[in-house]
Design a protein around this ligand. Structure first.
Ligand SMILES: [Zn+2]
Ligand SMILES: [Zn+2]
Length: 107
């Protein structure tokens, strides 16, 4: 075995060790990402007393609870999400960017 061969072997060994470390990190990242992406999804409607099973097409409300088609509307399930505040915030945001846009135009 020549000196050159020895060096290559050493480099490959080093690379392998690094790859293992990177793979470990990737696995950790992947695991934590999956946990964030898949919160426990309730099987039944979140409305108290309602035992209706949820369909896959049922999507969570803004209050992050999932309801059956009968209780999906915010006013039916006494939604805790503040729609008024959200609408006001959205309006403020739009007005804010409009004002900024005007300023930029004037300059
Ligand atoms: Zn329901
Ligand atoms: Zn809601």
């Amino acid at each position: 075995m020549s000196f050159f061969d020895l060096n290559i072997t050493k480099i490959l060994e080093d690379l392998n060790e690094e790859n293992v470390a990177v793979a470990d990190q990737l696995e950790q990242v992947a695991t934590s990402t999956i946990q964030i992406q898949a919160p426990p999804r309730p099987k039944k409607c979140c409305k108290e007393g309602c035992k209706k099973k949820l369909m896959l097409s049922d999507f969570p409300c803004k209050c992050s609870q999932i309801f059956c088609s009968a209780h999906r509307m915010p006013e039916v399930h006494e939604c805790s999400f503040d729609f008024k505040k959200a609408a006001t915030d959205e309006l403020k945001k739009r007005l804010g960017s409009a004002v900024i846009g005007k300023k930029v135009d004037t300059i």
